[in-house]
Design a protein around this ligand. Structure first.
Ligand code: PRX
Length: 636
């Protein structure tokens, strides 16, 4: 086993060993960490049928000792975090490992002073600023379970998550600037907390300087609290399988579920995948553009880089503000060497004049990454040619919130990187393609349901408060395998190509939504009786949201009616979920294509949304086949 694979031969040898002797492989991968106590067993649990996995059971540790303290001997003055603000005219900030360590300890002491204890859930609703990274680590330092919510979700969505996690503590800020948009995050929290009886304390970080109301007895300013704490905070000793964080993500049914990751396995997986996929070197400047509110930000914006002793760049802004050259300007300014972003960002920048890219040298770049959705060939080539200047390997990394870290991807410059292919599995990962009946598909040049055979250190442990849900969603569909929800193709050379979701989940700009979740939001509008949502191909977002809606008073006929109904639907989605889930197209219909048993035939709706007009498949089982004609005629 090589802690860092450097050649294709090493990859094949390590892959082989990881499958034949996973215990030895993952024991070695864990060697370099600081453990308070070593493990009894490397792999354990009952993956099938109970959906339970344990990694490094019996060990104790603290992940922040591995992210911070461990590096102080060699890297105290090395930059840990470089922060680039939303507005390029405001000053950026740099924190060395020593400084970050101190700030994390201070924040951890503020948490303790406010009553946070080991095992408590702490919800974070913060802008993408150093305080967010510090607060996440502060929770981990004292053994509190962090639940970061992307600060773009609505008050209702925040309340749902706080209640599901039964959190007593919320960390937030006065406000947030994202591009030209401003979000009064504290007011969003206030609104959410009207429905969250469990919350006892809100700690507010000053960021924008906007006026906020502090609720007596509940809310405190961070800057007041920090005055009285020391910057020494011994790390709590955690068991390997204690929860580290909860991250909510959408599935095909019901409300978003809280994916739970634990201490040791997640740590080893984040570190191993980060260093190997990106082929990290000591002097790299790593920039993962994802917000810490998503799993990509957790694993490759924060934990992975810090575990590896790297420098990570946190960016508060968006790719197009104040101009579409912003990403490239930031890369030159901070000498970014590894750049990791989403295809949707690449596609949106491709659509702007090329001069925005050509104005910058981008000569510091060494490795490019893509994540979150399939990257189309055109975007891949543009990225390769204009950003990587034809000299940077591209890693198209396939993984999920549930997998904790990258599962299938090229290792930069080592394993094959082919446009529109994620590539080969990482050591420890056994991808399998299944037929609908659950039989394994052998050989190359084949397509099927993508499942993972057996456990790996970063696998989801449970869904918060409801293990049965995790079991049913991921482990029961095909016993012995983890069910990904994606379809994939294994090409002639054995490289994996991810096709997309095979369930009712859509991926909009790399963000995951359940169609049922959006329908539920739309149905909150007073105008709406029923709705059906499907995804359709969208040039920039990957998938757009297409909603078919039945209104109370029939299909709106006047422009005014139409506008009012549309506005009400959008308002409902923004209130229930957030702006990021707004439908791109709304078609009002008098009925939906249903079978005689009342089931909506989404296949037809999907085809119409995709622009298909003739090949809609068998419609004879429909209760009312005429509905299809109407839907086709009114297509958006
Ligand atoms: O459909 C796959 C798609 O994103 C889903 C996971 O979404 P989420 O949990 O939000 O995590 C996103 C970041 C890891 C997957 O089921 N997906 C993710 N990466 C890729 C991808 N599809 C194709 N290629 C990828 N590289």
């Amino acid at each position: 086993m090589h802690t860092r694979i450097r050649t294709l031969e090493e990859y094949h040898a390590d892959y082989q060993q990881s499958i034949e002797d996973p215990d030895a492989f993952w024991a070695e991968a864990a060697e370099a960490f600081t453990w308070r106590k070593k493990w009894n067993t490397v792999r354990g649990g009952d993956f099938s049928p109970a959906g339970e996995s344990t990694w490094y059971a019996g060990a104790t540790l603290n992940i922040t000792e591995n992210c911070l303290d461990r590096h102080l001997a060699q890297r105290a003055n090395k930059l840990a975090i470089v922060f680039e603000p939303n507005d390029p005219k405001t000053r950026h900030l740099r924190l060395t490992y020593r400084e970050l360590h101190q700030r994390v300890c201070q924040f951890a002491n503020v948490l303790k002073q406010n009553g946070v204890q080991k095992g408590d859930r702490v919800v974070l609703y913060l802008p993408m600023i150093p305080a967010l990274a510090i607060a996440v680590l502060a929770c981990a330092r004292i053994g509190a379970v962090h639940g970061v919510i992307f600060a773009g979700f609505s008050a209702t969505a925040v309340a749902d998550r706080i209640n599901d996690a039964d959190a007593a503590f919320v960390l937030t800020a006065d406000g947030l600037d994202r591009g030209a948009k401003q979000i009064p995050v504290k007011s969003v929290v206030d609104k959410a907390l009207e429905h969250c009886p469990s919350v006892r304390r809100v700690i507010v970080v000053e960021h924008t300087g906007w006026p906020v109301e502090l609720k007596e007895g509940r809310d405190v300013w961070y800057h007041d609290e920090v005055k009285s704490v020391s910057n020494d905070c011994p790390a709590e000793e955690m068991a390997a399988e204690d929860p580290l964080f909860i991250l909510y993500t959408s599935g095909s049914t019901g409300k978003p579920k809280g994916v739970v990751h634990t201490q040791a396995g997640y740590m080893v997986w984040a570190d191993y995948t980060f260093r190997n996929v990106f082929q990290v070197e000591e002097n790299d400047m790593h920039w993962c553009t994802a917000d810490i509110g998503w799993v990509t930000g957790h694993t490759y914006g924060l934990y992975g880089p810090l575990l590896a002793g790297s420098t990570t760049l946190l960016f508060e802004g968006v790719p197009t503000f104040p101009s579409p050259g912003r990403f490239w300007e930031v890369i030159d300014k901070h000498h970014v060497t590894i750049f990791y972003t989403a295809p949707t960002a690449i596609r949106s920048l491709m659509a702007t004049p090329i001069d925005h890219v050509l104005a910058y040298s981008l000569s510091s770049l060494r490795v490019l990454g893509s994540v979150g959705e399939p990257i189309n060939e055109e975007a891949w080539h543009w990225y390769d040619q204009h950003v990587g200047k034809g000299r940077c390997p591209i890693v198209d990394t396939w993984w999920q919130t549930e997998t904790g870290g990258i599962m299938i991807s090229a290792l930069a410059g080592i394993t094959p990187s082919v446009p529109a292919r994620a590539g080969l599995p990482l050591p420890g990962v056994q991808p399998v393609l299944l037929n609908q009946d659950g039989s394994e598909i052998e050989g190359n040049d084949q397509e099927g349901y993508l499942v993972i055979k057996g456990s790996w250190p970063g696998v989801i442990r449970t869904t918060w408060g409801d293990h049965e849900r995790a079991r049913q969603t991921y482990f029961a569909p095909y016993p012995g395998y983890y069910f990904t929800g994606d379809g994939a193709r294994r090409d002639e050379k054995g490289l994996y190509r991810i096709i997309g979701r095979v369930d009712d989940v859509i991926n909009v700009s790399g963000h995951r939504f359940g169609t049922a979740e959006i329908e539920n939001a739309i149905n909150q509008s007073d105008y709406v009786v029923e709705s059906a949502v499907v995804g359709y191909p969208h040039d920039v977002k990957g998938q757009g949201i297409y909603a078919y809606v039945i209104c109370q008073h029939g299909v709106p006929t006047t422009d005014l009616d139409l506008q009012m109904a549309e506005a009400s639907i959008i308002e409902a989605v923004v209130a229930e979920i957030g702006r990021i889930a707004k439908p791109d197209k709304i078609q009002f219909v008098s009925g939906l294509p249903k079978t005689r048993s009342g089931k909506i035939m989404r296949r037809i709706l999907r085809k119409v949304a995709e622009g298909e007009t003739t090949n809609l498949g068998d419609v004879t089982t429909l209760l009312d086949p005429l509905v299809v004609e109407e839907i086709l005629a009114g297509r958006k």
